[in-house]
Design a protein around this ligand. Sequence first.
Ligand code: ATP
Length: 217
Amino acid sequence: MSEAPLRVGMFGGTFDPVHLGHLRSAVEISECLHLDKLHMIPAPQPPLRGQPQISAQDRLALLEAGVKDTPGLIADGRELRRQGPSYSTLTLAELREEYGDTARLVMVLGQDAFLRLANWHQPEQLFALAHVVVMARPGYQPDRSAALKELIGLREVDSVASMMEEPKGKLLALTLPTPMGISATHIRQRLAEHSSVRYLLPEAVEEQIHARQLYTF
Ligand code: ATP
């Protein structure tokens, strides 16, 4: 009997800094989709937003401290080794090459990022390489623009099982068990005004931020 295909997730972001909204979502989405691995990948040059406040190396170091030895989660610095804008299509193409044609490859993103998906670089190509799973995020409505509806077309499915019948090309919207209204913007604001960020991010991440005086300029 042949083995079940690997299930691999890609969760990209600015992670400026990584927080418990990212990490709890990563754990819950991994469980919900039965992922074998979830690559968490910081973007050195996010194409659709301003320059992050700290360097990509520092954001990766915080992500590594946050993920630590959580089973199945990988703090993956691959985009730091590439030149140019951090297009997700390039990263998915690399992962597809590594894991092969039958692997179930899933790009995971939050509702805010998903609403802008039609503006991404080569958005159709994302579906040619992977499934897309969108997680509800407190404060963001599920309203989709005409361009986003056109991009999605007939790709949407309503269960993990039907998505996982195929290696790529489907869209699934999910509400995870513990939606969290934490954002990196809020954490940066609090750090800038020397307010507490305790329990918004892992202790190891908080310690590193304070020890290295990140985000306080
Ligand atoms: P910022 O406030 O700087 O925009 P952020 O908190 O939104 O940052 P990002 O690194 O931009 O974090 O997000 C990376 C990915 O994680 C995106 O797909 C985003 O939607 C998702 N995400 C971030 N925070 C949450 C959260 N609390 N719950 C679910 N998804 C989240």
